[in-house]
Ligand binder design. Structure first.
Ligand code: BES
Ligand code: ZN
Length: 647
């Protein structure tokens, strides 16, 4: 039997003790061994999660907890803000006097009870990272409160785009990005990934725009707003409890194209056909994912292709992944990003990191899972290449990162989780699971992972709780084996343990040899690249030294036309190389690329490389950044500001 209840209040110690007593009584009539409760008192995984403090939220869910959020917001594209209400449904302790929410960059107008009677509230000290605690006095037994508010220009979850920043150039666009702690800048709620909430929404927009949310669309065509013919309203519902960072909205001239029975693509109407072509294999990815780790639990799976300022590659918002248009290579070669975001439907959205120190539980599992999906659909060669490229990223990151931040479970108290963001949680996390795969074999590990997703579906998980679960269900309480596998070192110590399984790819070995051969011979015509795909090209460019001659650079460009590549990953590697060589013919493309998209993964390193070139590079970085910065998302700005400086 499993101690489980939807509201944390029901999980409070008293209830747990009572249920355990019942379990013990029940055990008396059948053999004890057959009736071990999965959650053994205070040391079981769920008890651990329950007592873990989220350093990035002011909420005190043991006292009063948000279970459901209902937002009713009007989008004002002139003022670039949302205005409206958030109605929160609470579960409270019997004598709870207050509920504490997380808010940042919001204007709170008033707070009322369900009948509209005003409630007293205070907005605490504004912390630059955390925002403020919004503390609301609760009348006895209050279950619902309504917060009337507006967002502001500092609401970092929202990027309001002018028509010029869209593909269609004629209508404005808005998208939200909640991960990690930005949801509080557009919705006043308890913004902790351990406080799962269902939500519903009504979003009112100018009648020529369409709203997409990461939820079930109740009114796909929108509906009239009484007395306001220039506006339309869209309603949504997410009836499975999710972490608040997964609440997401986009508004614009958005169209939809179906791809399969449960899959489809949203994009600006002018990008729709191109997006649909690129993502046509989505249904196959889903079939593969389900075969590995069990049924997809969210109904539909759609992808929304955003305008180019979207700062991430992808964001796994439930039911609707948000994605960068830089994956539209024209040849479907960058679809592993979709495999990644889809995999989050299990690792991340179904079982969620409970705090941002547990981020690897989302991303490490997902990188592992993504690769398994890719292997299933496209074969072992392609999956091996992806693994090797990921391992290269990991090695580079280990070198460049201070030891404390190379832990899978870092202490982030007082630290913005965004500052921990790197390849460590992704690639070291995946390497940990590959180490387990190496020891236990796929059959056992897959069975374990599948059961893990079932055991904790719609729950949040910490690293400590995961260890207890792993011990019970995979290590079978074998303490010697746990030591031998260096589990503690993997999860809690800096660096990379020596039992890492180093990935290999014979295809990339050949490419590396090609690159080295070219570096010595300079003979571009001699390169046999007949079987090169995107991943080979990326490896080829990474393996070229930074000491080529300009003639060699020109020879490569002449033969392979890298400077004109339509593939963002190949172009990025080439532009990096071009900056390092001061290869002038490609520099206009560096500028054009930095001005045409705002993905942090591309922008930050390119500016960084420019800044490493005294004189011309620094000058170019500053000149281009002045032009590009207004179009970038706040997240990319914050990162590039640190590299280039703001003056
Ligand atoms: N959930 C992440 C994106 C994210 C992480 C947003 C942390 C905000 C804070 C998403 O699943 C992701 O990992 N995206 C990657 C692509 C992936 C293929 C590695 C990205 O955006 O580059
Ligand atoms: Zn991810």
């Amino acid at each position: 039997m499993k101690l489980k209840a939807s509201g944390s209040i029901l999980k409070r110690a008293g209830v747990v003790v009572a249920t355990l007593c019942a379990t013990v009584a029940f055990c008396l009539v059948i053999p004890l061994t057959a009736c071990q409760p999965k959650t053994a008192g205070e040391s079981g995984p769920e008890a651990i999660v329950k007592t873990t403090v989220d350093d990035h939220s002011y909420a005190r869910p043991q006292v009063a907890r948000v279970n459901h959020v209902d937002i009713d917001l009007t989008a004002d594209f002139t003022k670039k803000l949302f205005k409206g209400t958030a109605t929160l449904t609470l579960t409270t302790e019997a004598n709870a006097k207050q509920v504490i929410l997380d808010v940042k960059a919001l204007t709170i107008e008033k707070v009322t009870d369900a009948s509209g009677a005003p409630l007293k509230y205070t907005v605490g000290k504004d912390d630059a990272m955390m925002g403020s605690a919004l503390t609301i006095e609760l009348p006895q037994g209050a279950q619902k409160i309504i917060v009337h508010y507006q967002t502001t220009a500092r609401s970092a979850a929202l990027q309001w785009l002018d028509p010029s920043q869209t593909a269609g150039k004629s209508k404005p666009f808005l998208f939200s990005q909640g991960q990690e702690i930005r949801t509080r800048t557009w919705i006043p709620t308890q913004d902790s990934p351990a406080i799962r909430q269902t939500y519903s929404a009504r979003i009112v927009v100018p009648a020529d725009l369409t709203v997409v949310m990461a939820a079930k669309a109740l009114t796909p065509e929108g509906e009239a707003v009484p007395g306001r013919p220039a506006q339309r309203a869209y309603r949504f519902e997410m009836d499975q409890p999710i972490a608040p960072y997964l609440i997401a909205v986009a508004i614009g001239d958005i169209g939809f194209k179906s791809l399969g029975p449960r899959t489809g693509v949203y994009a600006e109407t002018s990008m729709l056909d191109k997006s649909a072509y690129e993502l046509e294999e989505m249904e196959a990815l889903m079939t593969a994912a389900e075969k590995l780790y069990g049924p997809y639990r969210w109904g539909r799976y759609d992808v929304l292709v955003l305008p180019p300022s979207f700062p991430y590659g992808g964001m796994e918002n439930p039911m609707v992944t948000f994605a960068t248009p830089t994956i539209l290579a024209g040849d479907r070669s960058l679809v592993s990003l979709i495999a990644h975001e889809l995999a989050h439907s299990w690792s991340g959205n179904l079982v969620t990191n409970a705090t941002w120190s547990d981020f690897w539980l989302n991303e490490g599992f997902t990188v592992y899972f993504e690769n398994r999906i890719m292997e299933q659909v496209y074969g072992k060669d392609r999956a091996d290449m992806l693994k090797v490229l990921g391992y290269q990223d990991l090695q580079a990151t280990l070198k460049a990162t201070k030891p404390d931040f190379t832990r899978l479970h870092p202490n982030l108290k007082g630290i913005d989780p965004a500052d921990y963001f790197s390849d460590i949680p992704y690639e070291k996390g995946a390497a940990f699971l590959r180490m387990l795969e190496g020891h236990f074999g796929r059959k056992k590990l897959d069975a374990y992972l599948k059961s893990y997703f079932e055991r904790y579906a719609f729950e949040s998980m910490t690293t400590d709780a995961f260890v207890v679960d792993l011990r019970t269900h995979l290590l079978k309480n074998d303490a010697d084996l746990e030591k031998q596998l260096k589990i503690q070192q993997w999860l809690y110590e800096p660096g990379l343990p020596d039992n890492v399984v180093v990935p290999k790819s014979s295809l990339l070995d050949k490419v590396t040899a090609d690159a080295e051969g070219f570096a010595t011979s300079g003979d571009a015509a001699a390169l046999n690249v007949a079987d090169y795909g995107t991943l080979q090209w990326v490896n080829f460019l990474r393996k070229l030294p930074t000491t080529l001659t300009l003639e060699q650079m020109a020879a490569l460009d002449a033969r392979f036309d890298f400077s004109q590549s339509k593939n963002s990953e190949i172009l990025f590697e080439w532009l990096q190389l071009s900056i390092k060589h001061r290869y002038e013919p490609a520099l206009p493309m560096v500028e054009a690329f930095l001005l045409s998209q705002g993905r942090n993964k591309f922008c930050k390193p390119l500016y960084q490389s420019l800044m490493e070139q005294p004189g011309w590079g620094v000058e170019m970085a500053k000149r281009v950044y002045v032009k590009a910065r207004p179009g970038y998302h706040e997240m990319t700005r914050t990162n590039v500001d640190k590299v280039v400086g703001t003056s």
